[in-house]
Design a binder for this molecule. Sequence first.
Ligand SMILES: Nc1ncnc2c1ncn2[C@@H]1O[C@H](COP(=O)(O)OP(=O)(O)OP(=O)(O)O)[C@@H](O)[C@H]1O
Length: 334
Amino acid sequence: MAAIELEGLSKHYGDVRANDDVTFSVERGEIFGYLGPNGAGKTTTIRTLLGLLSPTSGTGRLLGHDVTDEAELIEAKRKLGYLPDTPAFDETATGREILELHASITGDERSDDLLELFDPPLDRLVREYSHGNVRKLGLVTTFMHEPELVILDEPTSGLDPLMQHRFAEFLRSERQRGVTVFFSSHVLGEVRRLCDRVGIIRNGRLVAVEPVESLLDRSGKVVRVRAVEGIPIETFAIDGVHDLEATSNGFDGHRDGVDGADSEATITECTFTFTGDVNALLERLREYPLQDLSIEEAPLEDVFMRFYGEEGEGAAEETSPGDRSAETGVSDDA
Ligand SMILES: Nc1ncnc2c1ncn2[C@@H]1O[C@H](COP(=O)(O)OP(=O)(O)OP(=O)(O)O)[C@@H](O)[C@H]1O
């Protein structure tokens, strides 16, 4: 049984399809990132899973319990930790009083250990807390009863780099213990470091669910070439070269591809995104002495721009990233 199961989940507000036929599962023991731009529908999914919204249609299950059934939801919540985007703690209470209240409701198996990691000022009133301290208190209340599953809405927002690092280590150790983590995020570096898989939502519709690694693999590499002498431009006219940018003899500036470029043109320095066979590229470059060559993973930001792009450009809606890579061989731009 998966930790989270969504089947055809839709939530409509009048004409707004905040979630539209969303189906995916989060397996036990995995860290799953839920990503999307502002207004994509992430919070709607989370709030529906927590029983705070009723779906227009479809079903959601947490640890096997149907979230639209009150008794089952209560059962699921015993084993669940939830950190909302802005935790609504009583501002007139101290951090310590908040923890005592949570302990009386959900139990407390390990707040002492958690307080060593995330150290909110317990004797201060919550109203005097900074955003980061509210977050730290929230992390303690989310994990203190040893939940099997945690749902975190933008968990690291407001945390300083040291705390973010500590949080990342902590999540990995939770995964070791078999805890399932579902979190929404805009912080792509943390998604890359932490997640096993990601779900990407856009305009209420799920556009991809896949392992972070395969998302990165399919998105290609960033290649930088610096040659001793000019390389004929047609050398780069092979499958998988995109967004070729060159600054050298005969061809300055940016092209989406090399078709249509002057076949006499040469370049000595260029960068491009490459989704083809690296061996084929190296074979092509073999006869030209190089000063430097680097092949790196594409930044995750670029990957997501392929999904989100500009509205109206048809950026990956209903299309898998693999389909898009296939679409975009050497472009016909000129
Ligand atoms: N109560 C509501 N009434 C009408 N529309 C709503 C309501 N709540 C959300 N929406 C709309 O549903 C869509 C999805 O909103 P949601 O808050 O789920 O997005 P999100 O991905 O969490 O965004 P963000 O990253 O900005 O928090 C948006 O278009 C939003 O305006």
